[in-house]
Design a protein around this ligand. Structure first.
Ligand code: BG6
Length: 479
């Protein structure tokens, strides 16, 4: 047993198809949820329109046009020394509507070429099957994941791409941040996870979320089973958003609230790694009359389709306080969260907490006993081009340095098994939450603004050279 970053550690970067590819209609691509999301801003939610409306601006339509720039972009990733590149396959390039039998050959060819280009540089693709880009047709015709038929559509999509990229892709994840929907009062989170487009105060939203989540979990498990048959060497993972929940004080009621909120946010990982619903969720469903359509057959599938590794995003921790008027209130939403006076926040109000990453790694290792991959981490910040024409993003370097250090300590001192680290938005892209370009995460700057103006030219930031050094030294040189 060694307690250091392994030699074959997967250093890389992460993106999602809809946030960077653009070319939203190229090669017969269909309309996805991301194509009907308008631009929001800091604190202003994105609107979801039923169809594409001609007078509205949809930032993902063009994004950073990776579809036509991927060769040059991958060359830059290779220059940084990437060992892997996490992206998603846009479901609507392969199945424009989502419920067809025959896949779209032009869409499949795009990813043949993309993955071939990755391998040209020895970069291992790490692929998410569903990253907030469900076909819009599946939302409009079936109401999203509330309909059991989506399981078949998704598994068919998974089967087609598993077969097609059997030799090019080894690392897969089924659903991005499947647990975001726990916060079912936020329309954006429900829609992006489950294609449920509901009003925030819809009385059915909680029940529908649990139903939709269950169908997604069954679909995920079935995909894992199919993937294993297609190529036993595949590494099939799940993907969660992890923000550890701290109690606001050492008052037992606050600590208990934090514990219950953790249960309520992370039970998805119990299902995906251990193969069954935890007893606290079964009890919760019963107590709240939330018995969903969960068949015995589903339960067998869940047991048989557990994942090989657990991928997760980590940006920040959250802090919660007990609700004195209702001790059984464990919903994890903004109203239960309180500010943490020990932590600074980003310009978008996200707490900055590197130790929270070490905490999360320990917590996940203790609970799930699977190899872990940090598939998103980063700082959304505004970048300015300085007088010397460069971008001196020392704030981004400071954030990443502290988080990589926290990961290293978890590996070295806590014995946590981590197989990869792919910071989010390794090239500037459209923010999922706000639709902005100005919320930048990249090592590579892209000339495009929030209104869609700009040359799309790429430019290396200071963090580009810093990360290059980190990878070259296998995480030893963080200076
Ligand atoms: C994660 C998502 O929630 O956070 C990404 O998987 C997203 O798609 C990232 O872009 C950062 O969030 P935002 O809202 O700053 O883009």
């Amino acid at each position: 047993m060694t307690f250091s970053i392994p030699k074959d550690f997967l250093w890389g970067g992460a993106v999602a198809a809809h946030q960077l590819e653009g070319a939203w209609q190229a090669g017969g691509k269909g309309v996805s949820l991301a194509d009907v999301m308008t631009a929001g801003a800091n604190g202003i939610p994105r609107q979801i329109t039923a169809e594409v409306e001609p007078d509205k601006f949809y930032p993902n339509h063009e994004a950073i046009d990776f579809y036509h720039h991927y060769k040059a972009d991958l060359k830059l990733f290779a220059e940084m020394g990437f060992k892997c590149f996490r992206t998603s396959i846009a479901w609507t390039r392969i199945f424009p509507l989502g419920d067809e039998q025959e896949p779209n050959e032009a869409g499949l060819r795009f990813y043949d070429d993309l993955f071939a280009e990755c391998h040209k540089y020895g970069i291992e693709p790490v692929i998410t099957l569903s990253h907030f880009e469900i076909p819009n047709h599946l939302i409009r015709k079936y109401g999203g994941w509330r309909d059991r038929r989506l399981i078949d559509f998704f598994v068919h999509f998974a089967t087609v791409v598993f077969k097609r990229y059997r030799k090019q892709v080894k690392y897969w994840m089924t659903f991005n941040e499947i647990n975001n929907q726990t916060n079912y009062k936020e329309q954006f989170l429900l829609a992006t996870d489950s294609g449920l487009v509901l009003d925030a105060d819809d009385p059915q939203s909680e029940a529908l979320m649990y139903q939709a989540a269950h169908y997604e979990l069954v679909a995920s498990a079935l995909a894992v089973k199919v993937g294993r048959q297609i190529n036993p060497d595949f590494k099939l993972g799940c993907m969660l958003n992890v923000s550890p929940l701290y109690p606001a004080t050492c008052k037992p009621a606050d600590a208990f609230q934090a514990l219950k909120a953790m249960q309520r946010r992370y039970w998805f990982a119990d299902v995906q790694t251990l193969g069954k619903y935890p007893r606290h969720m079964e009890a919760f469903f019963k107590a709240n009359g939330l018995r969903a359509d969960i068949t015995l057959e589903d339960r067998i599938v869940l047991e048989e389709g557990t994942v090989d590794y657990l991928g997760f995003s980590y940006y920040n921790s959250l802090t919660v306080a007990a609700q004195s008027d209702n001790p059984e209130y464990h919903f994890v939403g903004p109203e239960a969260a309180v500010a943490n006076s020990y932590l600074a926040t980003s310009d978008w109000g996200w707490p900055i907490d590197p130790l929270g990453l070490r905490y999360s790694l320990n917590w996940l290792a203790d609970h799930y006993h699977k190899p872990l991959m940090i598939v998103e981490n980063g700082l959304g910040a505004r970048d300015e081009i300085a007088a010397d024409g460069q971008i001196h993003d020392d704030y981004r370097i400071a954030y990443l340095r502290a988080h990589i250090q926290a990961m290293k300590t978890a590996i070295e001192k806590d014995g946590v098994e981590v197989i990869g680290y792919t910071p989010w938005g390794c090239i500037d892209l459209v923010s999922a939450g706000t639709g902005q370009m100005s919320k930048r995460y990249g090592f590579i700057y892209v000339d495009r603004d929030d209104q869609g103006n700009g040359s799309l030219a790429r430019m290396k930031k200071d963090s580009f050279y810093w990360y290059q050094k980190v990878i070259k030294s296998n995480g030893q040189d963080l200076s």
